[in-house]
Design a protein around this ligand. Structure first.
Ligand code: ZN
Length: 198
């Protein structure tokens, strides 16, 4: 039965389709939204529409941004000869929060997963190989320590090593299967400092 009227139900349905939002939270947010001042609701919908409209992938590293190049790739003070390979923009954000990494990134937008039918051609490997044609000293593989992340790391290392570029892997100590996003900064820095050559 539709207790709240179809428009509230439609809002709840939209909200509960978002990750991490269960039906109770969706209902709470829906009631919150209908009680918000109209200007704030407009600002919220505009922010959502603008972000969806303008956000794209950085032409260099593939992270989400609203410019041709993301602020990291555009920053000449960063070390462009060191490239850290991560699975997602969220992983990149986790390393950026440490404030200690001075190189640049490459976001794969996924990881190789034979189980899910995701092969090397389905992630941004071609783009990485293109970047390696330039002056690169080191590729740090910081994919997750899940099966997919390790498979991807192994594949990458085999692919890159013949070029003579140094390939390193962040230290384990990052919990197995752990999303980089949820790991604290100290652990991330330790993993980065403790990286070993493959
Ligand atoms: Zn970038």
């Amino acid at each position: 039965m539709d207790y709240y009227g179809s428009q509230i139900s439609a809002l709840v349905a939209q909200l509960s389709g978002l990750p991490g939002i269960g039906s109770k939270t969706a209902l709470r947010l829906a009631f919150h939204i209908v009680n918000m001042p109209k200007e704030r609701v407009s600002a919220l919908t505009k922010a959502i529409t603008d972000a969806r409209e303008h956000v794209r992938y950085c032409a260099e590293c593939g992270t989400l941004t609203d410019q041709e190049l993301c602020p990291i790739c555009a920053d000449q003070k960063r070390d462009h000869r060191t490239i850290m390979v991560v699975e997602t923009s969220r992983d990149l954000a986790a390393y950026e929060r440490t404030g200690k990494y001075e190189g640049v990134y490459h976001v794969l937008q996924g990881a190789i997963s034979p189980l899910l039918g995701i092969g090397p051609q389905d992630i941004r490997l071609k783009e990485l190989l293109q970047r390696l044609q330039g002056d690169v000293d080191e590729v740090i593989i910081a994919t997750n320590s899940s099966l997919e992340g390790e498979t991807t790391a192994m594949y990458l290392s085999k692919l890159i090593k013949p070029s003579g570029i140094k390939v390193t892997r962040i230290a384990s100590g990052v919990p197995v299967g752990g999303d980089l996003e949820y790991i604290d900064e100290v652990t991330l820095l330790r993993a980065l400092d403790g990286r070993t050559e493959l």
